[in-house]
Design a protein around this ligand. Structure first.
Ligand code: ADP
Ligand code: 5GP
Length: 189
């Protein structure tokens, strides 16, 4: 079996990627989350080196200059996110399957890089209204940040057909089970 594999989760912010990934960890010991770098501030409870590598915008830009990123995006105006090349090597050296939680453009870029070694999963919210409700209920974003996130979502949803699989995240347990099955199939192939 090829043991250099990756699972990419992409979706508009608030669709439920992080929630689904956390639940899947209990089924797949081989999973290791790719910790992205970001220039945004940590949310309450988020830890440097666990949820993200939280960098100043200056540090982020220097790393871009040094070609340390496999991909990176200014996902929201003034806020950058990126996958460090060192993360990919670290996780594959551990013999683990890389799990990415990236924006839709980043997901498409990573799929181009990894090809058949990656399963690209699009997490679809039941509707934009539900997406907005979830972002509000999460209680982590300012009104400005909610509007920035919703502003991108319509365009992002149109990219779903470019992914290998779309999982509609309406009922959470059903979405987790469907994801578990497609991941199982991919890892066994
Ligand atoms: P993302 O990582 O895609 O930005 P999150 O996983 O943070 O999204 O989910 C956004 C919010 O929606 C969270 O508060 C989460 O608890 C909630 N949520 C996720 N999936 C569901 C679901 N199927 N039904 C109801 N709420 C959900
Ligand atoms: P959040 O601020 O909600 O944690 O993330 C905002 C968006 O940035 C989400 O869509 C998330 O998937 C995306 N994101 C997180 N890390 C990366 C990354 O390394 N690269 C890209 N392109 N997007 C990322």
């Amino acid at each position: 079996m090829n043991n250099r594999k990756a699972i990419l989760f992409s979706a508009p912010s608030g669709s439920g990627k992080t929630t689904i990934i956390k639940q899947l960890h209990q089924y797949f010991d081989c999973f290791e989350f790719s910790i992205s770098a970001t220039s945004r501030q940590p949310r309450e409870g988020e830890l440097h080196g666990k949820d993200y590598y939280f960098l100043s915008i200056g540090d982020f830009r220097q790393r871009v200059e040094r070609n340390e990123f496999l991909e990176w995006e200014e996902v929201y105006e003034g806020t950058c996110y990126g996958t460090l090349r060192s993360e990919v090597e670290r996780i594959w050296d551990n013999g683990h399957v890389i799990v990415f939680d990236v924006d839709v453009k980043g997901g498409m870029n990573l799929k181009k890089i990894f090809g058949d070694d990656a399963l690209a999963i699009f997490v679809m919210p039941p509707s934009i209204e539900v997406l907005e409700q979830r972002l509000r209920n999460r209680g982590t974003e300012s009104e400005e940040s909610i509007q920035k996130r919703l502003g991108r979502s319509a365009l992002e949803l149109k990219e779903a057909p470019k992914f290998d699989v779309t999982i509609v995240n309406d009922d959470l347990q059903q979405a987790v089970e469907e994801t578990r099955q497609v991941v199982n199939h991919f890892l066994e192939s």
